[in-house]
Design a protein around this ligand. Structure first.
Ligand code: PAF
Length: 274
């Protein structure tokens, strides 16, 4: 990968990386389409990264379908697909990790200890291997996007990080490989995240500035579904991710719940009227 990238760079080509864990859905394809439009060479990585799964999480069961993914990546215009094995990435006495001090201490980081260290480490490896000019991450994993932005700034990677909008099912549910775990009976419960998001946006556009009121409304919309177990509902600063006491400018609403075996996250920008 490094040799290939060095050659392309010498030829003046712009390399774009879309890092993924595979099991592609429309959300991944939209990242690739964006990538295609931002550079000359589109590299997609597919790697279910063991170090970002905690004990009891779904690493073994994580949905995988490499041959389908390769077909979809080719039809989305990928020039190269990187599909390492865990041994190739973490063999040979691997012992280095990359961690951030503050950003992981919010939102998902509180429920998934070590997760963002695994994400930062694998992303660092991918960046060194692929040497992209641009890398694209979905906004659905908002905390991940903020963390990668900070990592790249702190360690001078010289890579432009681009966030791509959340892609939703027709009923509003954010696309995610976790959705494959939902039964048809659990679907209304899963949809309640989007109902909560819409209600929060409406409240803020009407001038509500108190996060407590927004969280209460979001909670009540989700809790009516017995299948929903709320992990967190947070109205936070879009850059530091710290909880806000009052909404005075752009803020982020972030939610995480479990519905049966699926862990669902979603988020939105809250913009108060000017
Ligand atoms: O968002 C993902 O799919 C993963 O966290 C990533 C960025 C590919 C790192 O393993």
């Amino acid at each position: 990968m490094q040799g290939r990238s060095d050659r392309l760079r010498r030829e003046g080509k712009t390399i774009v990386l879309v890092p993924t864990m595979g099991c592609f859905h429309e959300g991944h394809l939209s990242l690739m389409q964006k990538g295609r439009s931002l550079g000359d060479d589109l590299v997609v990585s597919i790697f279910v990264n063991p170090t970002q799964f905690g004990p009891g999480e779904d690493f073994e069961a994580y949905p995988r379908d490499l041959s389908r993914d390769l077909r979809l990546a080719a039809s989305a215009g990928a020039d190269a697909v990187l599909t390492p094995t865990p041994e190739e990435f973490y063999g040979n006495g691997f012992q280095t990790s990359v961690s951030l001090e503050q950003l992981p201490n919010h939102l998902c980081g509180l429920f998934r200890p070590g997760h963002f260290c695994g994400v930062a480490t694998i992303t660092t490896k991918l960046f060194h291997m692929v040497r992209p000019h641009v890398a694209i991450f979905g906004e659905k994993d908002y905390q991940q996007l903020v963390i990668i932005g900070q990592l790249v700034k702190d360690l001078n990677f010289g890579i432009q990080i681009v966030g791509a909008p959340i892609v939703r099912e027709p009923d509003g549910l954010a696309m995610s490989s976790q959705n494959t775990y939902l039964t048809p009976q659990q679907r209304p419960a899963a949809r309640s995240l989007y109902a909560a998001i819409q209600a929060a946006r409406r409240l803020v556009s009407e001038g509500v500035t108190d996060p407590v009121e927004i969280v209460k409304t979001a909670r009540s919309l989700m809790e009516v579904h017995a299948d929903v177990q709320i992990q967190y509902i947070s109205v936070c600063h879009p850059e530091t991710l710290a909880e806000l006491k009052v909404i005075q400018g752009p803020a982020r609403l972030a939610l995480a719940v479990t519905v049966g075996k699926a862990r669902l996250i979603d988020n939105t920008l809250l913009t108060p009227p000017s």
